[in-house]
Design a binder for this molecule. Structure first.
Ligand code: AMP
Length: 343
């Protein structure tokens, strides 16, 4: 284990957790199971920093007309899912200016070639060839700055973030090697022991804020639309022989059922699949009902919270203050390690 420089009053001895969600649309089951569910569990035992990543959203969403309402919604959705702003620091990325300073230093340790090879960069270039800006290229550097700013060790994220976390570790290692040990090497985290990718209902890709909207279940969907989306999910006439391998679109339904239904319900349909008695219409009806039970209370709490703008503002202010304090402690170490202390 490397030893880390400690600041004069690091305060808490708990391990540090950091993660963020971009305000680019309504949150969905992928965000919940990949990220937020872990945040809620971790808030009890760790020192947690969770943010709305508004600066990241500018790399792909230059039009900011909806930004404020999306920032409020992401905050409200996090709180409605069980995040307690008194236990964690829940803040907005742009309100913690130390992040941008660290981003600048880390940019000197990131190489153009490795950034160009990042899978998410290549995908975004494919989707928006007319907006290949430098912010998009250096997205993993800003993400590393978000994490390293709090010297976090655990980062609860979905499977799509694995490569970014590896890059954050590389930047931390390079910094430590060049200037002396300041940063721990952060690892991606999920309570289920493996990182999760919640698939879309049509079996093509993952649930997403902006793509596959009719195949993505949002935390804001009403009961009727949830039922409609689940009942439309692709199935077939059922397995032809016992203990068959499930095709991917059927595997997806089982995965979603595992996430929101009771264990015995999931087992019942597993058994029915294996002995070829399964009726997918019944399975989807059950899944739709369980999904409604899961999403409806969250949706209702979100609407209540969104009506209280003053409360959201105070959450953001308090969260940013805690995050700036933590960030400034790290930046003192960083500036000193680099040699930017002239007095
Ligand atoms: P984003 O929506 O890209 O800002 O991601 C916010 C968090 O949700 C990140 O930790 C992602 O890894 C996670 N996430 C997004 N979509 C999914 C998905 N379909 N399955 C699992 N995790 C996801």
């Amino acid at each position: 284990m490397p030893t880390f420089l400690s600041s004069p009053d690091m305060g808490s001895s708990k391990e540090i957790v950091m993660s963020g969600i971009r305000p680019t649309g309504f949150l969905h089951l992928g965000n919940y199971f990949g990220a937020i569910r872990n945040y809620v569990k971790m808030q009890e035992d760790y020192e947690c920093y969770f943010m709305v990543a508004d600066l990241h959203s500018l790399t792909t969403h230059p039009d900011t007309k909806e930004l404020k309402s999306h920032v409020h919604r992401v905050l409200a959705e996090n709180i409605a899912c069980g995040l307690d702003p008194d236990k964690v620091s829940l803040y907005c990325q742009s309100q913690v200016h130390q992040t941008c300073e660290l981003y600048l230093y880390l940019n000197m340790l990131a190489y153009k070639g490795e950034l160009e090879k990042t899978a998410t960069f290549k995908e975004k270039v494919r989707l928006s060839p007319d907006n290949v800006n430098a912010g998009l290229l250096t997205y993993p550097v800003l993400q590393a700055a978000d994490i390293l700013l709090h010297r976090a060790t655990y980062v609860p994220v979905g499977k799509d973030q694995e490569q970014h976390l590896e890059m954050a570790r590389n930047f931390a290692k390079r910094f430590n090697h060049r200037y002396g040990e300041v940063f721990p090497e952060p690892v991606a985290f999920n309570f289920s022991n493996e990182l999760i990718k919640v698939p879309s209902l049509d079996g093509s890709g993952k649930m997403s804020k902006s793509e596959n909207q009719m195949s993505t279940l949002y935390l804001s969907d009403d009961d009727e639309i949830i039922q409609k989306k689940v009942m439309k999910a692709w199935t077939d006439s059922g397995p032809a022989s016992r203990d068959s391998v499930k095709p991917p679109y059927i595997e997806n339904l089982f995965l979603l059922m595992k996430l929101v239904s009771a264990g015995e319900v999931h087992n019942h349909y597993e058994k029915a699949f294996n002995d070829c008695t399964i009726r997918y219409g019944d399975m989807k009806k059950q899944l739709a009902a369980d999904m409604v039970n899961f999403i409806a209370p969250i949706r209702e709490r979100v609407n209540e919270i969104l009506n209280n703008e003053k409360y959201l503002q105070s959450v953001m202010e308090t969260g940013a203050e805690k995050a700036r304090k933590s960030g400034e402690k790290t930046m003192k170490l960083v500036r000193k390690a680099i040699g930017l202390n002239y007095y």
